[in-house]
Design a protein around this ligand. Structure first.
Ligand SMILES: Cc1ncc(COP(=O)(O)O)c(C=O)c1O
Length: 395
C-alpha cells in the first residue's frame, strides 16, 4: 500500500491495454513489427506530422534527432561545435544527445509563469554559430510557437521539439510536435499515455526519415526506400545484411506498441478527464487559505494544454524543503518540475558546461516549484477535500 492517498501516478494501464499486450505475446511476434507500424501510422495521422517512427524511449528519440542532424547522409549537416540553444529547465536526455553528437549547448532561461523557454533571452543568445533550438514543452504547456517559428525562420535555425511531456497539447489548433524539423515523444508510465517504456520520433522530411530508420536499427539497409538500389550497388554482399549507415538499436517491441496504441486511441478522453479533475482541484485550492501562497501554472496564450500533473510555484516566503516534507507526510506525493535548473546538476560540472549566464527564473522554479499528479480517472470530492487540507496543513 502506498503511503500516499494522492500519488504522482495512478496505475495507467487498463484491462484492455493488458489484453492487447497478451494478444501480442500469444502471437509469438514480439519484436518490432506490424503493431509498431500501426501505432506509427495512427500517430502520424492524428498529429498531422509527415513521418513517425517508434523507438524504445523519448530519450532515444532525442538522440536520433541530433544524430540525424550530423549524419553524413544528410546533404546539409551540422558540424562539430555548432551551437544548439536549450532551456536550462530541461531533462537530462534533452541535453546529453547534443553533447553526444559533438554539438555545443547554449543555455537559455525560462519564464516563471509558463515554465517554458524565455523568447527574449533566446533571441539575445543567438550568434553566428547558432544552428538550432531544442525546445522543451514543459509539462503540457508551451511557449508562443508563432513567435518561436518567426525567430527560427529569421535566423535559419533547425527546431527540435522535445514534446516528451506534452503529447496532445495544441498551439492555435496545431499539435505540438508538428512545428519543428524533428519532435520527440515519451510514453513512460507517468506521461499522457503510457506503453511502459517507449517513444516516438517524428520528422518533416523524407531524407531525414530514411536516416532515422537506419539509425534506429543498426544502420541496416532493411526497410529503406532505396534498399534495392543499395543491394544492386553492393553485389558482393548478402543483400539481407547490408549496413548502409552507422547505427544503434533503439527499436521498441510490439508489446509496447500494442499498449501504446490502445492508450493513444483514448488520448482525448484522458485529456478531458484530466482537465476536469484539474479544474475541480484548482477551484477548491482557490477557495482555501493557500491561494495567496501558491501560484498554479496556467496555460499560455493560444495553448490548449494536455496536462499530466499540476505544476505549482510557492511564494518565496515559504521554505520549499519544509513544505515538501510536510505535504508528503500528509499523503501527497510531489516531484521537482522536470529536474529543476539542470545547470545545478553534478554532471554539468564534470563536463565543464557551467555558464556565467544567469538563469534567474529557472533557479526560482528550482527553488520554489514542484508538481503533483493528475489522475486519468474522475477524482472524488472527498479526495479533493483531503488534498486541499494537506496543502493547508503544509504551508
Ligand atoms: C522533457 C523530457 N524529455 C525527455 C524525456 C525522456 O523520456 P524517456 O523517459 O521516455 O526516455 C523526459 C522524461 O520524462 C522528459 O521529461
Amino acid at each position: 500500500m502506498s503511503r500516499f492517498f494522492y500519488p504522482l501516478v495512478d496505475n495507467p494501464y487498463r484491462k484492455k491495454d493488458i489484453k492487447k499486450a497478451i494478444g501480442v505475446l500469444k502471437s509469438f511476434k514480439i519484436t518490432s513489427g506490424i503493431k509498431t507500424i500501426n501505432f506509427e501510422n495512427s500517430f502520424k495521422k492524428k498529429l498531422k506530422v509527415n513521418n513517425a517512427l517508434m523507438v524504445n524511449s523519448g530519450s532515444s528519440a532525442n538522440l536520433l534527432a541530433l544524430q540525424c542532424l550530423i549524419n553524413p547522409y544528410r546533404k546539409k549537416r551540422l558540424k562539430k561545435g555548432d551551437e544548439i540553444l536549450i532551456p536550462s529547465l530541461c531533462w537530462s536526455t534533452s541535453l546529453w544527445p547534443i553533447i553526444q553528437s559533438g554539438l555545443k549547448p547554449k543555455f537559455v532561461d525560462v519564464e516563471k509563469h509558463t515554465l517554458n523557454i524565455d523568447l527574449k533571452d533566446l533571441k539575445s543568445k543567438i550568434t553566428k554559430k547558432t544552428r538550432g533550438i531544442l525546445i522543451v514543452h514543459v509539462l503540457g504547456n508551451s511557449t508562443n510557437m508563432s513567435e518561436l517559428i518567426r525567430i527560427k525562420k529569421k535566423h535559419n535555425l533547425y527546431l527540435i521539439e522535445d514534446t516528451c511531456e506534452s503529447l496532445g497539447t495544441k498551439f492555435r489548433n496545431k499539435y505540438l510536435g508538428s512545428f519543428g524539423e524533428f519532435s520527440s515523444f515519451s510514453f513512460y508510465s507517468s506521461h499522457q499515455i503510457s506503453s511502459g517504456e517507449g517513444g516516438m520520433i517524428c520528422c518533416k522530411n523524407q531524407e531525414d526519415f530514411e536516416i532515422l530508420k537506419a539509425l534506429r536499427a543498426h544502420g541496416w539497409s532493411r526497410g529503406l526506400k532505396n534498399e534495392q538500389k543499395i543491394s544492386r550497388k553492393n553485389k558482393h554482399l548478402d543483400k539481407r545484411f547490408i549496413f548502409y549507415n552507422s547505427g544503434f538499436n533503439l527499436r521498441s517491441t510490439d508489446i509496447a506498441a500494442s499498449i501504446g496504441l490502445s492508450q493513444f486511441k483514448d488520448l482525448d478522453k484522458f485529456i478531458k478527464i484530466r482537465n476536469l479533475n484539474r479544474r475541480k482541484i484548482i477551484n477548491e485550492l482557490n477557495k482555501s487559505k493557500v491561494k495567496k501562497k501558491i501560484d498554479i501554472i496556467k496555460e499560455n496564450n493560444g495553448v490548449k494544454a494536455s496536462w499530466f500533473g499540476i505544476p505549482i510555484v510557492l511564494s518565496n516566503k515559504i521554505n520549499k524543503k519544509l513544505f515538501i516534507k510536510k505535504i508528503e507526510k500528509n499523503g501527497v506525493e510531489t516531484r521537482p518540475i522536470i529536474s529543476g535548473n539542470f545547470l545545478n546538476q553534478p554532471s554539468i560540472k564534470k563536463y565543464n558546461l557551467k555558464t556565467n549566464s544567469k538563469m534567474k527564473n529557472a533557479d526560482y522554479i528550482n527553488d520554489y516549484g514542484f508538481f503533483i499528479g493528475l489522475p486519468t480517472k474522475p477524482i472524488s470530492s472527498l479526495i479533493i477535500k483531503k488534498l486541499v487540507r494537506a496543502f493547508e496543513q503544509s504551508v
